[in-house]
Design a protein around this ligand. Sequence first.
Ligand SMILES: [Zn+2]
Length: 365
Amino acid sequence: MRTLAVFVLMLAINIATFGQTMPKDADRALWQRALRLQKRAIVIDGHNDITSPMVDEDFDLATDSRGKFHKDGDPFHTDIARLRSGGITGEFFSIYVSGSTLKTGGAMRRAMDLIDATYREVERHPKALSLCTTAADIRRAKMQGKICALMGIEGGYAIENSLYALRDFYRLGIRYMTLTHNVSHDWADAHGDTPKNNGLSDFGREVVREMNRLGMFVDISHVSEKTMNDVLDVTKAPVMASHSSARALNDHTRNVSDAVLRRVAKNGGVIMVNFYPSFLDARTNKEENERAARLKPQIDALRERFKDDPAAFYEAERKLFAETRSTSRHTRGSSIISIISSRSRASITSGSARILTVFRSFPRE
Ligand SMILES: [Zn+2]
């Protein structure tokens, strides 16, 4: 795990970024000090979904991402200029594989496509980007003023139950793996889904041990609390939650309880805060849940209509959600994001991870 040691020192002093103006009421000396600190620090963002449009829409990171949106209506938020302006040293490009592949197949193929898209972006922009797989790579990129492209798999079923595939993914540069996305699968249970394994199965434990041996972070974002505890029982290396927030602040199943936070502290791991509004703010989450309940009849009808075509169902469901977006954008979680965005013009990714101090620095309602 030594090569990963620097990852545990992740810092994201998000307010003090390079390309921005000092707020009117700020203390100039403090402001300058914060900028100097960030300039020196290695700043790593734990999770970025820009990889999906890089494959699906051939999005090029050298182009302006403003005004571009994911299929569900969330802004892209990421391009090279914004990563630079945000002072990012390393970005974990998410090799996100949808849980729908458990029905359709093709999980590993999707992961391969996303990995290739990440490599091609680095090849296209060698002056700006550098593929990093070790702490030394990250330090070198920092000295050269380049942004590290790091990769983490989201959805452990991408290995299709094969430790051989897990090792191959490591060789391709994958340095963390989120054991589940939102559905429980053969060897690990997800948050908010019916358990299949009472946490981790025996094979799931083997996966954790092999990840430890390889030097790949076990990412406990998205898994159930029981899975988190099973991982912490087995792991010999620090774990991470690449994009989860605190359950004590908002009791959402995607967040981490105080009991697990304490265990992660003992384990030497890191929890990287997710700024997704529903995870930060109970009111937003309630509105989102109410909307889901309201849309249930329409979703059921779509499910029936596309029962032989899960991919088409998923697409139609995303479209419905985008069309019926609730007022949640105006609630607290979103406003925190807009405050940071407008102040810093930094790379604020959906599912982006920031350290808790940043969150705490904003006044609570
Ligand atoms: Zn996620």
